[in-house]
Design a protein around this ligand. Structure first.
Ligand SMILES: *Cc1c(COP(=O)(O)O)cnc(C)c1O
Length: 394
């Protein structure tokens, strides 16, 4: 093919992309990256200041400069290493890496923990490594995109059960489990779009009835904010030891970056050998890991923040009963509007009232259920939630 032809193929395609973007725009589903400025728990859009109600900084730690100063005071110059310069399998393994993994394993009272660069890396690196052709993956219909990508990269067949439909799941397990070596049941403990909480006890009971079930729980939204020491829903429901693969992330309540898997020694060793996002990507910088360790150690101390967050979450969810609030059992509270354009307009109105919230539209949520997803943090005050409710329901 000549270079002239090559070029025209490209530009024809560019036209296709343009048409597709126009279609997204016409249906109110066009996304863009907004350039806002941050000021602690506030967002500036150039003209006005808005309370950030779209952040995953659930404990309010990221908006606390005092914590950073305290960390820097305790972090010696020799530990301020801003790149690991390599994958862990080469020279990217540092003391800080092992220290954090030990801390995690001890906190969960489990044999091992393994760090990943992000929740996305973890979820796209675990199932493709562990679930082979003779295994079955059963995942909740609403699991995070990173888990879906992990399933697609795995050679194992997968089925998705209706959201939180434990009866359907139990029926599928009864019918299918004996045909497979292992059945992976994959759920989140708190779902990101409705803020509902999974009954992990029921899953752990199901796991006990079969010899070949492996429970995989993503606690991304729960780590830090739930459980008596902030370890998540598995801790709150007393089932940590029944979760074979417990994934948590540091980018949300822990105001850092990275993720971890809590598991057995054998699984850890196997993933170190097989999991591609772990093997073929530069490890997290030691200084970042030290920051994560600094915060993770303090998790048990933040019970008052967790209680405050729980109080304001119920306050908002109760007020939004009938509009989606009834779905939530956490600090994530949906306000369901319906059509995307109406939802976008609603979000803009709230922004003008000083509340920074964003519309969530298809394909992230099902068509016709576009919503504003309030993501509360411990730094939001009761009177601010009251003002928000006023602005919403007036
Ligand atoms: C945010 C999130 C992830 C991705 O974690 P990152 O560390 O941001 O890559 C994975 N799973 C769930 C359920 C999440 O909410």
């Amino acid at each position: 093919m000549s270079s002239a032809e090559d070029c025209s193929t490209l530009s024809r395609n560019a036209m296709d992309y343009k048409t597709k973007l126009s279609a997204l725009s016409a249906s109110g589903n066009l996304r863009h990256i907004s350039s806002v400025r941050h000021d602690g728990r506030w967002i500036w859009d150039g003209t006005h200041r808005m309370l950030n109600l779209s952040s995953n900084d659930y404990l309010g730690l990221a908006s606390e400069p005092a914590l950073v100063s305290e960390f820097l005071d305790t972090c010696p110059q020799s530990s301020r290493i801003f790149s690991s310069s390599s994958s862990r399998l080469l020279t990217g393994n540092f003391e800080a890496t092992e220290e954090l993994e030990d801390l995690l394993a001890r906190a969960y009272c489990r044999p091992a923990a393994l760090l990943f660069n992000s929740g996305y890396h973890a979820n796209t690196g675990i199932l493709p490594a562990l679930a082979e052709k003779d295994c079955l993956i059963l995942a909740d219909k609403l699991v995070h995109a990173s888990i879906i990508d992990g399933m697609k990269l795995s050679p194992a067949p997968f089925l998705r059960f209706r959201h939180q439909d434990m009866e359907q799941l139990e029926r599928i397990v009864a019918k299918e489990s004996q045909k497979y070596r292992l059945v992976f049941i994959v759920v989140e403990s708190i779902y990101s779009m409705d803020g509902d909480v999974t009954d992990l006890r029921r899953l752990s009971a199901l796991r006990k009835r079969y010899k070949n079930i492996c429970l995989y729980v993503d606690e991304a939204h729960a780590i830090g904010v739930r459980g008596p020491s902030g370890l998540g829903i598995a801790e709150e429901q007393g089932v940590i030891s029944d979760i074979d693969l417990l994934v948590g992330t540091f980018g949300k309540a822990l105001s850092s970056i990275g993720a971890y898997l809590v598991c057995s020694q054998e699984i850890r060793e196997y993933l170190v050998n097989i999991s591609r996002p772990l093997i073929f990507s530069t490890a997290l910088p030691p200084v970042q890991l030290a920051w994560t360790t600094f915060l993770f150690r303090r998790l048990p101390q933040w019970q008052a923040r967790r209680e405050h967050l729980s109080r304001i979450s119920s306050q908002l969810a109760d007020a939004l009963r009938g509009f989606g609030g009834e779905r939530s059992a956490s600090h994530i509270v949906p306000f369901i509007v319906g059509e995307s354009s109406a939802c976008q307009l609603r979000a803009e109105i709230l922004q003008r009232h000083g509340f920074y919230c964003l519309p969530v539209r298809p394909p992230t949520v099902p068509r016709g259920t576009s919503r504003i997803r309030f993501s509360l943090t411990a730094s939001v005050q009761e009177c601010e939630v009251e003002a928000l409710i006023d602005a919403l329901l007036r």
